[in-house]
Ligand binder design. Structure first.
Ligand code: NAP
Ligand code: 8YV
Length: 316
C-alpha cells in the first residue's frame, strides 16, 4: 500500500519527523519550493505537520483540497488559521498537558535566575572574579507576590510551584476562576500593581497581542520583574526594552521573543535580564511525549479516527 503524503511546514522536531517518516511520505517545506512542483503535489497532501510557532495560512489551506488534519507539535497554535481550517473541514490538533510541568519549571527557573543572578554568579566564578570580591546582593523570592497572566494548564502549574515558595498568588485571565482560591484581577494592569513577579502564560495571536504594554509595565514598577514564557507577541517588546532601560521595571526573564530567533541586541547586555531560546518544553522526556502525541494525532486524523487532542475549536 502506498504511503499517505504529509507536508511538514517547518523544521519539525526530529523525534516527530522520524515517527512520521516511518509511516508516511513526508515532504519537508515543499510549499516553499518551486510553485509548479508544489501544485502537482498539493492534491495528494492529507496531513500537515507543524510546530507551535509555525504558520499555516488560509492561502496554504486553499491549495490543499484533500487535507484532513494539521497536527501541531506544541500546545500553542496561534500561527494556524483555525477558522479557515474548520471552514474546510480540516481538523487541528496540538499537544496540551504533556509539557505543562516543564514550562512551569522554566518559569520558576527564570524567576530565580533573574532574582538570584544565577547566570551572573556563574560568570563571576568562570571569569576569576570571586577572589576580587563577592557578587552584588540578590533579591529574595520566597514570600513575595506572584502575579500570573493566564491561569490555564500551565498558569495553574506555576501557581502550585509559587505556593511551595510561600508566595501569594494572584492572576488575570479572560474569566474568573473562583475555585482556584487565588485573587483575581480583571486586567493585567491591575494585577501588575499587586505583583513582584509577573509571569505571562497566555496563548499568542491577535487576542493577546501587546497585552503587556507600557502601562502594564509601569504598574509593575521599579521593583517588579516580568517573566514571559508565552509568546513574544503578548509583550510589546519595544515598551519592555524602554522600561528596562529606564528602570521602570527591575528585570525580566524571557523565553520568547517577537521575531524569533531574532532577539533585540538591546537586551543582550542588560545584567537584570535572563534570556533563553524558546526552550521551556525542551527536555528529552517532554519532547518524546510531545512527539508521540503529535504523531498519534496525525495517524488518527489521516485515518479519519477520533483525535486524541483536538484544539478547542475542533472539539464537538
Ligand atoms: P491554556 O490552558 O489554554 O491556558 C491559557 C490561559 O490564558 C487561560 O487561562 C486563558 O483564560 C488565558 N487567556 C487567554 N486569552 C487571554 C487574554 N486575552 N487575557 C488574559 N488571559 C487570557 O493553555 P496552556 O496549556 O496553559 O498554554 C498557554 C500558552 O503557553 C500556549 O498557548 C503557548 O503559547 C505558551 N507555551 C509556551 C511554551 C514555551 O516553550 N515557551 C511552551 C508551551 C506553551 P481563560 O481560562 O479565562 O480562558
Ligand atoms: C515548543 C511551544 O517549543 O508548545 C508550545 O506552544 O511553544 C513549545 O512547546 C514548540 O511548539 C516547538 O515547536
Amino acid at each position: 500500500m502506498s504511503k499517505s503524503e504529509i507536508l511538514a511546514v517547518a523544521n519539525v522536531h526530529p523525534l516527530y519527523l522520524k515517527a512520521l517518516k516511518e509511516v508516511f511520505h513526508v515532504h519537508e517545506r515543499a510549499h516553499e519550493g518551486d510553485p509548479a512542483v508544489f501544485a502537482e503535489l498539493a492534491p495528494k497532501i492529507v496531513g500537515i505537520a507543524a510546530g507551535g510557532e509555525s504558520t499555516v495560512s488560509r492561502a496554504l489551506l486553499e491549495q490543499l483540497p484533500n487535507l484532513k488534519v494539521v497536527s501541531v507539535f506544541g500546545v500553542g497554535y496561534d500561527g494556524i488559521d483555525v477558522k479557515a481550517a474548520v471552514g474546510r473541514g480540516v481538523m487541528v490538533t496540538h499537544t496540551p498537558g504533556v509539557l505543562t510541568d516543564d514550562v512551569a519549571d522554566l518559569a520558576m527557573g527564570l524567576v530565580l535566575a533573574v532574582s538570584r543572578q544565577i547566570p551572573q554568579a556563574d560568570q563571576h566564578i568562570r571569569h576569576g572574579r570571586w577572589s576580587q570580591g563577592p557578587m552584588p546582593l540578590g533579591r529574595k523570592v520566597s514570600g513575595s507576590r506572584m502575579g500570573i497572566v493566564g491561569l490555564g494548564r500551565i498558569g495553574a502549574a506555576i501557581a502550585r510551584r509559587a505556593l511551595a515558595f510561600d508566595m501569594s498568588v494572584a492572576y488575570t485571565a479572560r474569566t474568573e476562576k473562583p475555585a482556584s482560591g487565588f485573587q483575581f484581577y480583571p486586567t493585567a494592569e491591575q494585577l501588575a500593581a499587586e505583583a513582584d513577579f509577573m509571569v505571562v502564560i497566555t496563548p499568542g495571536g491577535q487576542g493577546t497581542r501587546h497585552l503587556i504594554n507600557a502601562a502594564v509595565l509601569s504598574a509593575l514598577g521599579p521593583n517588579g520583574v516580568l517573566i514571559n514564557v508565552a509568546r513574544g507577541s503578548v509583550v510589546d517588546e519595544q515598551a519592555l526594552i524602554q522600561a528596562l532601560q529606564t528602570g521602570r521595571i527591575a528585570g525580566a526573564g524571557l523565553d520568547v521573543f517577537a521575531a524569533e530567533p531574532h532577539v533585540p541586541e538591546a537586551l543582550w547586555g542588560m545584567p537584570n535580564v535572563v534570556l533563553t531560546p524558546h526552550m521551556a518544553s525542551a527536555t528529552h522526556q517532554t519532547r518524546r511525549a510531545m512527539a508521540d502525541l503529535a504523531f498519534a494525532n496525525m495517524q488518527a486524523g489521516v485515518a479519519g479516527q477520533p483525535l486524541l487532542t483536538p484544539v478547542p475549536e475542533c472539539q464537538a
